[in-house]
Design a protein around this ligand. Structure first.
Ligand code: 4AD
Ligand code: MG
Length: 456
């Protein structure tokens, strides 16, 4: 017997004899003469119906079938035939079922809709629900899409380190890495690296070094931030995609970011249709229409100053009142996207609210930063043209109270062969929120890490 996957069986053009299939029971229905079992193997949203005619079963098999409950892992064998019933094209007519392992009673996932909050408490089981199965498949597809996008544009995939000795974003939200015994005071020189070490908050600085040799690179990996903001859009561990390109200026990187978002959304619409329909039905009505609009619609570009003027002119009551020079709070980002009815890229920010590595403008008051704000998720992308001029970079380090010694290797890249370059970081988990309409980051990650929460 051949081993098959449900996705392929449901797409079959003809009857198939002699199928062997492994999966998990989603439901069982029994009548006097027939038992129907719906099986899912994770390869697609749909289940395959398996039909047992009681008069064709011996007593041992009938007993096996009586013991089948929701959640059981089974192997079934039989023939794929056009379904007699409605709702599915194919069904598997079977006389054989093997249980892979016995089930204990009280399986928490019964055939009903469970709340997001309940499912978060059983994150170890929730991939088995329709919604998280779909989420997991879309996540996997989008990872492929990222690689496709960059491969088509001559970007090399590079791996930046997870353990670092520097803080790229300067926000002070770095998780420390140490092997010093708990509760003991010991000098850093006795620690594993003999110095301070932390988990990366961004692979940007290393990506810049690679771009200075390979022209175009991107990183795609886990990123860590010990931000104590318990919001629906922040996680302590998340995945970031960070392209970095030599000889790109701010306008080039703005173009790349917009092209990338359109590409990723088109990829989702073309490759994840059935799974997206689930989110359109149960999470956000009109999701598919929204995505189509994002794929082809207008992307606005405003300087920070224009965006600020727009906010100040509005008669909106904000909780945090914006003022020239203030950072944009998420309610401001939301207002910009809502009032302009679409994505908004804001660029050229005051230097005081941005990190040291961004290129200073000629009047020295702003930096070549860009943020891409999206409806529903707010900031999806943050990036900039980098400061490639050594003296100005050193001055910015000092201004921000950072030391040249800690960044000597980064400064070296400006000493020899320096050139204009630019890059950005896209939050992969926020991309999934955008694409599925799910509004809590805890529900797009399999095992979310947030303040006071590390169960699994
Ligand atoms: O704007 P950020 O902080 O930019 C950087 O880290 C730059 N070094 C990137 C670069 O230029 N190479 O972060 C980039 C994106 C944000 O726009 C957001 O989508 C996501 O990363 N992000 C988070 N996602 C989930 N949880 C968090 N705590 C996040 N912090 C940032
Ligand atoms: Mg940012």
């Amino acid at each position: 017997m051949n081993s098959y996957k449900i996705r392929d069986l449901l797409a079959s053009e003809e009857n198939i004899v002699g199928i062997c299939l492994d999966g998990w029971v989603r439901t069982k229905r029994e009548s006097k003469d027939v038992t129907f079992i719906e099986i899912n193997d994770g390869t697609c949203l749909a289940n395959l119906q398996v039909v047992y005619r009681h008069d064709e079963l011996d007593e041992a098999m009938a007993e096996q079938l009586r013991n089948v409950t929701t959640g059981l892992a089974v192997q079934v064998k039989g023939d794929l035939e056009p379904s007699q019933g409605q709702g599915q094209k194919w069904e598997l007519v079977s006389k054989y079922l093997l249980s892979h392992a016995a089930m204990e009673p009280d399986y928490p996932l019964q055939k009903k809709r469970h709340s997001d909050e309940f499912l978060r408490q059983i994150a170890h089981l929730r991939p088995r629900t329709n919604k998280y199965g779909a989420m997991t498949r879309i996540r996997s597809q989008m990872a492929w899409a990222i690689h496709d996008f960059f491969r088509q544009r001559d970007f090399f995939y590079v791996h930046s380190p997870i353990i670092t000795g520097s803080d790229c974003e300067g926000g002070g939200s770095v998780f420390r890495v140490t092997t010093l015994p708990e509760g003991q005071k010991a000098p850093l020189t006795e620690d594993f690296f003999g110095r301070w070490a932390g988990l990366t908050v961004s692979g940007q600085l290393e990506a810049e070094l690679m771009a200075m040799a390979l022209s175009r690179v991107y990183t795609f990996g886990p990123t860590f931030r010990a931000e104590n903001s318990n919001t629906a859009r922040h996680a302590a561990e998340f995945w970031m995609v960070e392209p970095e390109a030599a000889f790109y200026n701010l306008s080039d990187i703005l173009d790349l970011s917009e092209e990338m978002i359109r590409y990723l959304i088109a990829y989702a619409l073309n490759n994840c249709q059935k799974d997206l329909e689930l989110f359109d039905n149960y999470v956000e009505k009109g999701l598919l229409d929204r995505l189509e609009k994002l794929q082809t619609g207008l992307y606005h570009r405003l300087t920070y100053k224009e965006a600020m003027d727009w906010l100040l002119k509005s008669h909106e009551k904000f909780e945090i009142q914006p003022y020239p020079g203030s950072d944009l709070a998420s309610e401001h980002e939301k207002y910009l996207c809502q009032s302009l009815d679409g994505p908004v890229s804001v660029y050229e920010y005051p230097k005081a609210i941005k990190p040291f590595y961004m290129r200073l403008s000629d009047d020295r008051s702003t930096v070549s930063a860009m943020d891409v704000l999206m409806p529903k998720v707010g900031e999806l992308i943050g990036g900039s043209q980098r400061e490639h001029r050594l003296e100005l970079l050193i001055a910015r380090l000092h201004e921000q109270g950072l030391s040249e010694e800690d960044y000597w290797w980064y400064l070296d890249s400006r000493r020899w062969g320096s050139a204009e370059h630019s890059g950005f970081g896209l939050g992969f988990d926020r991309l999934l929120m955008l694409i599925t309409g799910v509004n809590n980051i805890r529900d797009v990650q399999a095992f979310p890490r947030t303040p006071k929460s590390l169960e699994f």
